[in-house]
Write a protein that binds this ligand. Sequence first.
Ligand code: TXA
Ligand code: MG
Length: 319
Amino acid sequence: MISITNSIYNAVALLNNDQIVSIPTETVYGLAGNIYSQKAIESIFRIKKRPSFNPLIVHIKSVHDLSQIARDIPETALLLAKAFWPGPLTLVLKKQSSILDLVTGGKDTVAVRVPNHPLTLALLQQLTYPLAAPSANPFGSISPTKAEHVATYFHDTVPMVLDGGACERGIESTIIGFENGEPVVYRLGSLAIEDIVAVVGTVKMMTHDDTTPIAPGMLSRHYAPLTSTLLTANVHKLLKTFSHQKIGVLVYQNEIYNQKITAQEILSPKGSLTEAASQLYAALHRLDKLNLDFIIAERFPDVGLGKTINDRLQRATKK
Ligand code: TXA
Ligand code: MG
């Protein structure tokens, strides 16, 4: 049985014993292990049913530890780290040779970030090693933003969730890689691209290629509920095409009045994209439990975190 507790002491004991622990971050919960423990890292891949070519993110306690993990760090990467760490930004950099191939999926690069959650930062302070952690969900499914989501997924296979409450951001970190020192977006996330541009001038968007994704988070079906999901700019119009199905609706700001709707999630009545992002996965988890025939999601404004939300909703529609 999984134990849900806020005891850092218990987490340290498990991790020092090559076990894995689910940790809270400001983005989503992670499934964490000692980056230098072959055994712990193997358990993460096995429990998550994650393909071994899909690398993990290394979580460090501060930018001062970066040189133990990465080398030849571009100036722009340091600028971004200084601006946004601790925070929802992951940098993909050349790896130090001490980093296990298992962590990086055999790549010569490593993904690294400083998470912004007080419990996990306190935990990292007490460890002599960083933590490798993917999101704490089975491969392809919706990421967990609460300890109970993790417990539902892994009650028999993970010994402990360090309960840090609901994740403040609610969507994974933004991943940035570098080509000739120039920043490239590998995955949209909780840090808006506009905020990154404000620091480094311009960023390139990684073009989409499903067969050879640089970050498998770019695989088109990912972050997906089990219920068939549709994305539309006009929920009313799409509802007209249904008659007897059980429909759940997910909207940004304004409630939709229509008798065909069984359940409705309004992500931010006050119209804040930050709030909507923080609520997105929890809402999808709730809708997914209702045995609906379809979830209809409303397309978000294509700015700031709206871009990230549309990216995740788009992936949720793929079968
Ligand atoms: O917010 C987050 O980033 C959360 C929390 C727990 O930190 N973690 C997370 O991990 O979302 P995961 O494993 O679900 O997604 C990490 C993504 C994957 O798409 C992986 O392919 C990519 O990062 N990645 C890791 N190492 C990489 C590398 N060397 N090059 C390119 N992509 C990499
Ligand atoms: Mg994930």
